[in-house]
Design a binder for this molecule. Sequence first.
Ligand SMILES: CC(C)(COP(=O)(O)OP(=O)(O)OC[C@H]1O[C@@H](n2cnc3c(N)ncnc32)[C@H](O)[C@@H]1OP(=O)(O)O)[C@@H](O)C(=O)NCCC(=O)NCCS
Length: 158
Amino acid sequence: MIRPTTPDDTAALIALADAIGFEPNELEVLREMLSDDLGGNSDSDRFWLTDDDGEPVGVAYCAPERMTNGTWNLLLIAVQPDRQGQGRGTALLRYVEQTLMARGARLLLVETSGLPSFERTRAFYRKCGYDEEARIRDFYKAGDDKIVYRKALVAQEQ
Ligand SMILES: CC(C)(COP(=O)(O)OP(=O)(O)OC[C@H]1O[C@@H](n2cnc3c(N)ncnc32)[C@H](O)[C@@H]1OP(=O)(O)O)[C@@H](O)C(=O)NCCC(=O)NCCS
């Protein structure tokens, strides 16, 4: 079941991020972001979704791009390693898209690395209908490009 993330998910989502290779400083940033957004005092449009299969096994996080008309960023999508490759990421991303379309969003962007080790992640976005739109050479570090994928959000046949 995909549902809004709650503060009770925090420990499981930190463990998930740890399992997919987040560095300790990145885990700390993630903890702060969850605390800021789920604390009840946030008035932002950002949203988090949890894929719950008895316990959190996936997460997605989206934020609007400021000063645009309906452009959003997918800032995180991750599935627990032992549950990857079972269609969960695709279902989660589709749920994100439907949530955004219900909010009148127009475009969804997502960024990832151009390194060979990220090929499966890039294949995932391509299979979900995202096109490579831009490449910032040497963005993350020398030899490590940033690739921006783009999808226009339009209602699809079920
Ligand atoms: C990328 C990710 C969210 C995809 O979710 P998923 O549930 O594994 O993907 P699905 O089962 O819906 O789709 C499978 C397709 O995704 C791609 N894929 C990417 N990573 C994969 C993985 N680790 N295992 C299996 N398929 C993967 C493949 O193209 C696969 O298609 P195939 O079965 O024809 O080879 C997930 O694998 C993940 O969390 N990876 C690590 C974190 C990451 O890279 N996040 C994105 C950047 S923040």
